[in-house]
Design a protein around this ligand. Structure first.
Ligand SMILES: [Zn+2]
Length: 364
């Protein structure tokens, strides 16, 4: 969706990131231009201008406790909470609800969808995924690729009640066919994984991204770096692992100890992935157990794990945008800009306090 003719022309001046140069920007018909627009109203002078933030893993349509949100007002409220945090594009990593109606609402962030989660029967949060057996995976991947905006989401591992611990959901040969089918449909594939055992087959089959990825090993990180496979660590969700462990302790003590071990190493895994050259992006996993609007917390968590501040910010802005095929601040691009009073690269806490949020050329 782009701007509309007839919107008042605007002018902003400040330090444009990632280049770091002071520039004047104009907005005409919702789009950016570096050519002065006569009569444009100056809305901001000074400050730092950042390409609209991205939450690379969230869920619009999943409410508190994993309950689907069916009403438009409820869906809008989730998207508006992200917008208030400066998030102007979301990668929706799986939703049980058809949220297409939101695409007609010009005041909401852009949503890049992954269709609905695909899981084995009784191997995910009840009611959220389309649940199938492996022989139906290829067909279901094609169906979700057509339902989404260029992504398909698999549940790669989950507790296996027979094993009493995390275990892979899909056999390797089926995964290879599923990746090929998705790529043929023009979609990329990502998978939820907490543990290690599902990862070799997913990465080997050519998956494009791993969500959470707490079970990554040095060897698997090396393979991902070689293939360009991304990871979205969702550290604000990993903070909840001790609670998951406590909840599962009685029935599944091995699972509880696995989850505690993964929690303990999660920061080191993120740092190792970043240092090896794996593309790392910021996603909160909002929807369900995590509130929307927490992207600043995720960026700070990535930095605390050892990613330099500027790279942590890039993971939630310009790098994530280019990974998703969205433009940054360039001539003719939709004007999605967040203005901060201070340099967020020098102090990531600044991200929690946007001065102005400009979505599709309108100050919101
Ligand atoms: Zn998620």
């Amino acid at each position: 969706m782009s701007g509309r003719a007839g919107q008042p022309a605007l002018h902003l001046a400040g330090v444009v990131l990632p280049e770091g140069e002071h520039r004047d920007l104009w907005i005409r018909d919702g789009r950016l231009t570096f050519e002065p627009v006569p009569g444009a109203e100056t809305v901001s002078r000074g400050g730092w201008l950042v390409p609209g933030l991205v939450d690379a893993h969230c869920h619009v349509g999943i409410g508190r406790g994993g309950v689907p949100v069916e009403d438009l007002a409820g869906l809008r409220a989730q998207a508006l909470t992200e917008r208030a945090a400066g998030v102007l594009a979301l990668r929706d990593c799986g939703s049980p609800v058809d949220t297409r109606a939101l695409d007609d609402e010009p005041d909401l962030p852009t949503i890049v969808r992954a269709g609905r989660h695909i899981a084995r029967a009784r191997r995910y949060i009840p009611g959220l995924a389309t649940e199938i057996e492996p022989d139906a995976l290829v067909e279901q991947v094609r169906a979700q690729a057509r339902r989404g905006d260029g992504w398909v989401k698999l549940v790669g591992d989950w507790i296996d009640r027979g094993v009493g611990d995390l275990a892979p959901e899909w056999p390797a040969d089926v995964l290879a066919d599923a990746m090929a089918a998705a790529h043929e449909e023009g979609a990329r594939v990502t998978a939820h994984t907490f543990g290690t055992d599902a990862l070799p087959d997913l990465i080997g089959a050519g998956i494009d991204c791993i969500e959470h990825g707490t079970g990554l090993t040095e060897e698997l990180i090396g393979q991902m770096a070689g293939r360009g496979t991304a990871v979205v660590p969702t550290l604000v969700n990993v903070e909840n692992f001790p609670d998951f462990a406590a909840a599962g302790e009685k029935k599944f003590p091995n699972y509880a100890s696995t989850i505690r071990r993964l929690h303990a190493s999660s920061g080191a895994v993120v740092r190792a992935a970043f240092e090896a050259g794996v593309p790392v992006f910021a996603g909160t996993d909002a929807g369900g157990g995590i509130d929307h609007g927490r992207i600043a917390d995720e960026v700070r968590a990535l930095h605390s794990a050892g990613i330099p501040a500027e790279a942590a910010l890039a993971a939630a802005s310009w790098s994530a945008r280019s990974w998703l095929g969205l433009p940054c601040m360039e001539e003719g691009a939709p004007a999605d800009v967040v203005v901060y009073d201070a340099d967020p690269r020098a102090d990531l806490d600044t991200l929690a306090r946007p001065r102005h949020i400009v979505l599709r050329g309108r100050v919101v």
